[in-house]
Design a protein around this ligand. Structure first.
Ligand SMILES: *Cc1c(COP(=O)(O)O)cnc(C)c1O
Length: 225
């Protein structure tokens, strides 16, 4: 049952918050629906989860269409976005978690009708297969945004390697937290950078302990679907 899975996730969020002396209300659960259909996604919304995420543009638009009666939903695009698809999606979403190049930011700036809440994706682990800026590139990038109006960097996002140990994951999350604070301290208007999008089914407890404010959870909510 989805409601049992959801209770399990809430319990784990609470445990991590107790450990870290944080408030559960400071952690936003973003449900990743990429592996399930709109029926399952709808069940979750009926259980009170309003932040839904997809990693592909076409899939997000499809779910949005199927759930268009559910007006409370906040839509998150969490996957890599090709520049040619920006115009199709950027005014349909509430959050974009994978801003990974200046050219993409320029395209968003050109196409967006309102301010877009973005997370800059950072490749902390340095894996060649991952998207995102290296930590060194992030400061340069946010400085470039000073002339922008639509792109708003509300935080940083990362993914820990699936094969990493708990200790390795913790180091990665600590590094992202440190970088987030550094960017925040620059006080750039277009990059308030107060948020952290980190933690998935296997590591969101650690992520919360290390300061995450948006966790992206799929498998633990929907099982191995
Ligand atoms: C699929 C996905 C998730 C969710 O992962 P689970 O292991 O299913 O919780 C989170 N973030 C991104 C970017 C994803 O693509």
């Amino acid at each position: 049952m989805i409601s049992d899975n959801l209770n399990g996730v809430y319990q784990k969020i609470t445990e991590a918050c107790v450990k870290a002396k944080r408030q559960p209300s400071d952690v936003t659960l973003v449900a990743v629906t990429k592996s399930v259909d709109a029926v399952a996604a709808r069940q979750l919304v009926e259980n009170g989860v309003i932040n839904l995420a997809e990693n592909r543009v076409d899939k997000l638009l499809e779910k949005q269409h199927d759930l268009k009666d559910q007006t409370a939903i906040k839509w998150h695009l969490i996957g890599n976005l090709q520049r040619r698809k920006v115009k199709d999606i950027i005014n349909q979403i509430d959050y974009f978690h994978a801003l990974d190049s200046l050219r993409l930011a320029q395209e968003i700036e050109k196409r967006a009708e309102t301010e877009i809440k973005c997370f800059v994706e950072v490749n902390i682990s340095g894996e060649a297969s991952k998207h995102g800026f290296s930590p060194e590139e992030v400061l340069n990038f946010v400085n470039e945004l000073k002339t922008f109006q639509k792109v708003k960097v509300i935080g940083l996002m990362t993914m820990a390697p699936l094969t990493a140990t708990e200790a390795e994951i913790r180091v990665i999350f600590k590094q992202l937290k440190k970088l987030q604070t550094t960017v925040q301290d620059l006080e750039i208007e277009q990059a308030p950078c107060s948020e952290l999008s980190m933690g998935m089914s296997n590591d969101f407890g650690i992520a919360i302990e290390e300061g995450s404010t948006f966790i992206r959870v799929g498998r633990m909510l929907f099982g191995a679907m």
